[in-house]
Design a protein around this ligand. Structure first.
Ligand SMILES: [Fe+2]
Ligand SMILES: [Fe+2]
Length: 171
């Protein structure tokens, strides 16, 4: 059974992951409007992954006999000055999410909630990938913006990303 404080903290993280999805979908919409279909595809995949993260926590809260309570999701920004500015926002956002995950781990340790601490390890590892992926994303767009045709090339590459849904759990 989860403590009330841990349950609340995990519920806040469900909201934060859904906000991440909302932010990245907003970036996808901006990219589509700019004619950058590949970048839009990359952000679509990113948004869908965030919903997978949210659902992972949602299921865990229920599994531990906690109650999931969904709350209002903030409206994301809708405009960016350039693809590089957008990518830098992705990187900054992922750094923020890492801090949130670390905060949850701190709480699990404080409460000696070993199950939650173990559950959160997946997210700790995931954030290492997310931050490194975001860093590469910024770098590619910065390089692309320096050469004519660069953005076209990198957009085509971003168009190749495929979202792979996680295997069904508990089956
Ligand atoms: Fe996430
Ligand atoms: Fe993420």
């Amino acid at each position: 059974m989860l403590s009330d404080s841990m349950c609340e903290a995990l519920n806040r993280q469900v909201n934060a992951e859904m906000y991440s999805a909302y932010l990245y979908q907003s970036m996808a919409a901006w990219a589509l409007n700019q004619g950058l279909k590949g970048l839009a595809n990359w952000m679509d995949c990113q948004a869908r992954e965030e919903m997978v993260h949210a659902f992972k926590i949602y299921r865990y809260v229920d599994e531990r006999n906690g109650r999931v309570r969904l709350t209002a999701i903030d409206g994301p920004p809708i405009d960016w000055d350039s693809p590089v500015a957008l990518a830098k926002d992705v990187a900054a956002h992922e750094a923020k999410v890492t801090a949130l995950i670390n905060g949850l781990v701190d709480l699990a340790i404080e409460e000696r909630d070993h199950a939650t601490r173990s559950f959160l390890n997946w997210f700790v590892d995931e954030q290492v990938e997310e931050e490194s992926g975001a860093g590469e994303f910024v770098q590619k767009l910065e390089l692309a913006s320096e050469s004519p045709g660069g953005l076209f090339m990198v957009d085509r590459e971003f168009g190749q990303r495929v979202f792979s849904p996680p295997p069904a759990e508990g089956e």
